[in-house]
Design a protein around this ligand. Structure first.
Ligand code: ATP
Length: 842
């Protein structure tokens, strides 16, 4: 039963501060809710094997986050990862990476103490607020890029970059966390271990190839930026196989509201071929990062090169005498002890952590105007002389111990400043734990009733021995897809073949001699575990290797499932979570604890807050229902399985089209919602097909390249059959349409802006309200399109299109049969013709 809820202050520890600080008394007296020099409060996060709790350092009075891991629950791969994480967090130091202060090992538990970020995960913010404006995205993304740049410059790859691993600190400052999958990578070295979260995984990882971890990080950054500016995943899918297929199709659909520069930037990061994908240097230099002056200023500041070893620089500095004195008084440590720990960067010593926490406090004091310079760790010189290398005259005005005390040693009662223990004395059950040993308090899996509701939906990163693919999912490989097959048989540059056996990337023995005796796992041989063990992000064995994939493709099932559209995902997401602050995950660890969340994280699409108008990706192509789309897709796939027997497909489409006339297969009852072939803009671009080319014959393209037809995944995408030539504009979901009399087109020779002005003023004169939307046409370069949307269901699109680069204007009546709409279109066309004698019709 959960302990009674009551507010809990530090005084509940019940042991005088000085006694607590004595190392001896710490051994003898172990109050119920502390570890080392920290008073521990509620849980603020939960991973697969870790629980993260807020805590407060007793001397510095700084809030910290303590990640506790029960090492005895880890298998050897996770043990290796944990030790690697420990090694990496000790050496990294960057303003946009969560700073670690201390590593504690007590019995079976390992504790990582780090800077506390008060504003939660970026992911939660996105779920709460939906997509963000590009300016905000730019700030967050550039801070992330700055952190990644630093890591790469240190030869470290993160390998699990995602919105869930980005926290927001004070002033919405980005702080990167979770180095559980990080590793070192030097030169041209390739990595083999599968790490990360499927929606963020680079294609080379999805294929199980060796990969360049830095380029894989860039792919994840591309996904991150996409999510920031669209609120949805670039490759929405409900299984890893579908995700893989979607990623490998090479199609990245970017909603019209995303700026040209940003769309270009995203595409440069989401390049299939890692050899051609942006590097972090390219990322930092992309023009989108410098669009606004005020942000540019920030960028320069943020992206200033961080010294490759900031630690070296620190070591040239002196220890801050005030802090030293303060520590000697309050911590009862000798000068030598402090110097040894600080200069030696002994993360396993509370002295080092105390110094660092105090130094950061003082630094904060500087920011608040105390004039103090950043006090740094001491130099070895003082140790050689047997004396602290402490300035008699401290560096620039140093705050006094008294000031420091005032700054940091606020009352232990709950208050609102950083040093407050308000989070420690919350009324969560953990704060009022019953007396028990600290292992129980920290490490063992607890029921969610104890942890608190926030974690019901907590997501995890998957580890090596966990798995994502249920046997079911493994059986759902798609039908032979030409693109995918080609890709695998002839991997493009930079996709080396999968090695026969994979090896661990980190020498076990360098972590601990005993680890060298562990047999290494052959990650390729791991078996799938049941579906209910699925995790949100995946470890080494979660995806089949290249070889597995080919095997699966050879044995592929004839039962392909369909893609849900983003719209569908968004709808079901909203229906389930209705804009509430919810994060979703599949909880539980391998040891058996936890709750199963019904929806894996990669399945979700936080396509939440865009107004309905914005969710429409194509201005004049009404959507088919999910069922209709599924049906059409099934027809298509069946045709593929019968050796491209298109005649049957044609026949079936014809039947479907008949139904269409009676509005039986439409959403809106409009004949325009009849099934049509959707051939993406990417397809057209690749094949240099101009939208107005009369030779464009979707049927023959469909027949010849049936396997290359990409089924859209976004709203308003239609697939189907049409035998007439294409007419009209290329939209993100370019749809072939018949020359329906409900669609009128005209090509003007006037400048784009003038055409728009004329249309708008005509509508104003006619007192017809309209909404104006800026959209992008991919034709073949990205071109701006303006859409005027009338409540009566008339949509007007204007774009300057090649080859003549003239303003194409298209009028479509999308959801009514009213003759007034047709008259209105005629009237508007008439006005355009009057002002443009050189107009032509399409
Ligand atoms: N420094 C911190 N400040 C505030 N919250 C934190 C901090 N570190 C971690 N958290 C919270 O705890 C959660 C789990 O932390 P972390 O990702 O490091 O654990 P993990 O075991 O590696 O998780 P996973 O299994 O998902 O990889 C985070 O998502 C975050 O919400």
């Amino acid at each position: 039963m959960a302990a009674p809820r009551r507010r809990m202050g530090l005084e509940k520890v019940g042991v005088p501060l000085l006694i607590i600080l004595s190392p001896l008394s710490a051994l003898l007296v172990r109050p119920v809710n502390w570890i080392g020099l920290y008073d521990v409060g509620r849980a603020i996060g939960k991973g697969n094997f870790a629980t993260v709790r807020i805590a407060r350092h007793r001397i510095a009075k700084t809030k910290v986050a303590i990640k506790s891991i029960d090492v005895s629950a880890l298998d050897r791969e996770n043990l290796v990862k944990l030790e690697r994480e420990v090694k990496i967090v000790k050496i990294i130091d960057h303003p946009h990476i969560v700073k670690s202060y201390e590593i504690m090992r007590v019995d079976n538990m390992l504790y990582i103490v780090s800077e506390y970020c008060s504003s939660g995960e970026l992911y939660e913010t996105l779920i709460e607020k939906g997509r963000v404006a590009e300016d905000v995205a730019r700030k967050w993304f550039s801070e992330t890029a700055s952190a990644v740049s630093y890591l790469h410059s240190q030869g470290i790859v993160h390998r699990d970059l995602k919105a869930e691993n980005i926290l927001l600190g004070k002033n919405s400052k980005i702080k990167l966390i979770d180095f559980g999958f990080s590793n070192f990578q030097t030169g041209d070295q390739l990595l083999n271990t599968w790490c990360g979260s499927p929606p963020y995984a680079a294609p080379e990882l999805l294929l199980g190839n060796s990969y360049d971890g830095m380029k894989a990080d860039i792919w994840s950054m591309g996904v991150l930026l996409y999510i920031l500016v669209t609120g949805g995943f670039p490759f929405p899918s409900d299984s890893v196989n579908k995700l893989k297929r979607s990623v490998l199709s090479g199609v990245v659909k970017i909603p019209y509201w995303v700026s040209v520069e940003c769309a270009d930037f995203i595409r440069k990061m989401l390049v299939l071929n890692p050899g051609k994908r942006y590097s972090i240097q390219n990322v930092l230099q992309h023009r989108w990062m410098y669009i606004r002056n005020d942000t540019t200023k920030n960028q320069v500041q943020l992206l200033d090169p961080i010294p490759s070893s900031s630690i070296d620089i620190r070591q040239q500095c002196k220890l801050n005498p005030t802090i030293m004195m303060f520590m000697q008084q309050h911590g009862k440590w000798s000068e030598e002890q402090i110097i040894d720990a600080v200069v030696g960067r002994d993360f396993e010593s509370p002295i080092f952590a105390t110094y660092e926490l105090l130094a950061d406090k003082v630094k904060k004091g500087t920011l608040e105007g105390t004039g103090e310079e950043y006090p740094r760790r001491g130099s070895r010189g003082s140790i050689l002389s047997g004396k602290a290398n402490v300035d008699e005259q401290p560096l620039t005005p140093t705050i006094s111990a008294h000031q420091l005390a005032q700054l940091n040693l606020s009352s232990p009662d709950c208050d609102s400043d950083d040093s407050s223990n308000s989070d420690l004395c919350d009324d969560s059950p953990l704060s009022s734990m019953e007396p028990q040993n600290h292992e129980k308090q920290f490490g063992l899996p607890r029921g969610l009733d104890v942890i608190g509701n926030r974690f019901e939906n907590r997501r995890h990163t998957l580890c090596a021995s966990e798995q994502l693919l249920s046997p079911n999912m493994m059986g759902q490989f798609p039908p032979p897809n030409l693109l995918l097959n080609n890709f695998m048989m002839n991997p493009p540059l930079g996709f080396p073949p999968m090695p026969e056996g994979q090896t661990a990337e980190f020498p076990l023995s360098s972590l601990h001699p005993a680890l060298a005796t562990f047999p290494m796992a052959d990650y390729t041989k791991m078996l799938p575990v049941p579906k209910n063990e699925r995790r949100a992000s995946a470890g080494e064995t979660l995806l089949p290797t290249n070889i597995d994939l080919q095997q699966h493709l050879a044995n592929l099932s004839a039962n392909p499932a369909s893609f849900p559209t983003v719209e569908e995902e968004g709808r079901s997401y909203l229906a389930k979570y209705g804009g509430k602050r919810n994060t979703v995950h599949s909880l539980g660890n391998q040891m058996g604890g936890g709750i199963q969340n019904p929806i894996p994280r990669y399945q979700r699409s936080p396509y939440s807050k865009a107004p309905p108008a914005e969710r429409r990706s194509s201005w004049a192509s009404p959507s088919l229902s999910a069922q209709q789309t599924n049906h059409l897709e099934t027809l298509f796939k069946r045709a593929l399985q019968t050796n491209n027997d298109m005649s049957r497909l044609h026949k079936e489409f014809k039947n479907l089209s008949h139904g269409c006339a009676q509005s039986q297969i439409t959403n809106e009852g409009s004949s325009l919602a009849c099934p049509q072939i959707s051939i993406t803009d990417e397809y057209n671009r690749q094949h240099n097909i101009a939208p107005s080319a009369s030779s464009f014959d979707p049927v023959s393209i469909f027949q010849k390249n049936a396997q290359e037809v990409v089924f859209g995944q976004r709203p308003a995408t239609a697939i189907g059959f049409s035998s007439t030539s294409f007419s009209g504009m290329s939209t993100p979901e370019q749809t072939t349409r018949s020359m329906d009399d409900r669609v009128r087109s005209i090509v003007c020779t006037l400048p784009f802006a003038e055409v728009i002005e004329e249309l708008k003023s005509s509508l104003n004169i006619l007192k017809i309200p309209f909404s104006e939307f800026h959209e992008m046409v991919y034709e073949p370069q990205v071109t701006e399109m303006r859409r005027l949307s009338l409540p009566s269901g008339v949509e007007i699109g204007v774009a300057v299109l090649p080859p003549e680069h003239k303003a194409h204007v298209e009028f479509a009546i999308i959801n009514n049969d009213s003759p007034t709409s047709e008259m209105l279109c005629d009237q508007l066309i008439c006005r355009l013709r009057m002002i443009d004698p050189n107009w032509s019709s399409e």
